[in-house]
Write a protein that binds this ligand. Structure first.
Ligand SMILES: Cc1cc2nc3c(=O)[nH]c(=O)nc-3n(C[C@H](O)[C@H](O)[C@H](O)COP(=O)(O)OP(=O)(O)OC[C@H]3O[C@@H](n4cnc5c(N)ncnc54)[C@H](O)[C@@H]3O)c2cc1C
Length: 368
């Protein structure tokens, strides 16, 4: 075998944003960690992501919203810590996201959402059309907007780089290889098989995004499906203040001088290509919000979200195989949930407990 170590305490299968966050959190607690990451895959989700931290603006169930709020609020500390230890700026921006209504039915849905969130004690406002025009001068006339002042965004590729760099600083090793299968004896993980041989591990964390299902010998089927998201970018118009705007499931955000437009939700298997129809769909939605945006993007790309049937990730222990952990299926919210997922997995592995309520993320919820 070409790799220099053939054993570790924790082996993380997958070096996207979730695997990186788990590895860093485990290494911070003093564990010897190895990440196996073959690529990344060209259609991996983390590099494709918009990086929106939107637990209030995204449509989710209550359990996921509670986790998302907690995850969002971790980013202030995480951004500062990563900047100090790695020198990488993860581009944390938290000046609020608005979801615009152009039809009466959507305005009603958003007004209800604002009322519901305010009742739950969250900061959230309904903006009348004149408020929207004043606050976001370049937007098309609309019927009003839901505004979540604490939602925001990060630069997802920078965050992934920073998490990996910090894990490396803490002695985590990365092997450029895929995990083919997990090995078990008598209901306990013993390690993994890779194309070049075997690696022994006391714990294995499955964090290979949409590809998690391709790892052999898992004790249960993982209902994680690739859902393609196409994206596009154009220069951010001069004189327009930095904003993040939603219209239904589409959004426009400013990042590093570009306007980023997203995104489709398509069941296209592992096909990570862009299509003229997909790009036309997201450009039309973006220009509905901001008519002065250029009609033709300067670049396009796509990524595969790892989505479960209920939209919540699978995070926790396998109930039948000791030492096997899942951190996958983060769907539309993997960047938001990355830091929190790392903390949960590290806490479970080191103490057997998590102070975060994770029953709604249990791996066995689809089979029991
Ligand atoms: C277009 C788009 C926009 C998005 N926007 C947002 C957003 O605004 N906010 C938000 O919170 N989330 C967003 N998401 C979702 C978020 O990006 C994902 O939930 C998150 O990136 C998932 O991270 P991951 O590490 O699980 O998966 P990935 O990033 O896909 O990483 C999985 C890794 O596993 C590796 N791998 C594959 N097979 C194996 C194997 N056999 N062994 C070992 N490793 C393997 C792959 O090479 C890959 O690097 C978006 C996703 C997409 C596609």
């Amino acid at each position: 075998m070409s790799h220099k170590v053939s054993s570790c305490e924790v082996l993380v299968a997958g070096g996207g944003i979730i695997g990186a966050a788990c590895a860093r959190a485990l290494a911070l607690r003093g564990l010897r960690v190895v990440i196996c990451e073959p690529g990344p895959e060209p259609a991996a989700a983390s590099a494709a992501s918009a990086g929106i931290l939107g637990p209030q603006i995204e449509r989710t169930d209550e359990a996921l919203r509670a986790l998302g709020l907690r995850a969002r609020d971790l980013y202030d500390t995480l951004a500062a810590a990563l900047s100090e230890t790695t020198g990488i700026d993860i581009g944390l921006w938290r000046e609020g996201i608005a979801s615009l209504a152009f039809e009466e039915a959507e305005a009603e849905r958003l007004r209800d959402a604002v009322a519901h969130q305010r009742q739950a004690g969250l900061r959230c406002d309904w903006l009348e059309p004149a408020d929207v025009a004043e606050r976001f001068p370049a937007t098309a006339p609309c019927l009003g907007a839901m505004f979540a002042p604490e939602d925001g965004a990060v630069d997802a590729p920078a965050l992934t780089r920073a998490l990996l760099a910090d894990a490396k600083r803490l002695a985590t090793r990365t092997f450029a290889t895929r995990v083919n299968r997990i090995n078990t004896i008598l209901g306990r993980v013993t390690g993994v098989e890779i194309p070049a041989g075997k690696i022994k591990a006391e714990h294995v964390v499955i964090a290979a995004g949409a590809w998690s299902t391709q790892i052999d010998h898992l004790p249960r089927p993982l209902p994680v499906e690739p859902v393609r998201g196409q994206m596009a970018a154009a220069p951010w118009p001069a004189n327009m203040p930095r904003t993040v705007l939603y219209y239904d499931h589409s959004y426009v955000l400013a990042r590093s001088g570009e306007a980023i437009f997203g995104s489709t939700m398509e069941h296209a298997g592992f096909d990570g290509s862009v299509t003229p129809a997909g790009i036309a769909e997201i450009m039309a939605a973006a220009r509905r919000m901001l008519p002065h945006l250029p009609p033709v993007p300067t670049r396009t790309w796509a990524g595969l979200r790892p989505l479960t049937p209920d939209g919540r990730p699978i995070v926790g222990a396998d109930p039948d195989v000791r030492g096997l952990w899942y951190a996958t299926g983060h769907g539309r919210n993997g960047v938001l949930l990355a830091g929190l997922t790392g903390d949960i997995i590290a806490s479970l592995i080191t103490t057997g407990e998590s102070e975060v309520e994770i029953a709604s993320l249990a791996p066995e919820r689809f089979t029991s």
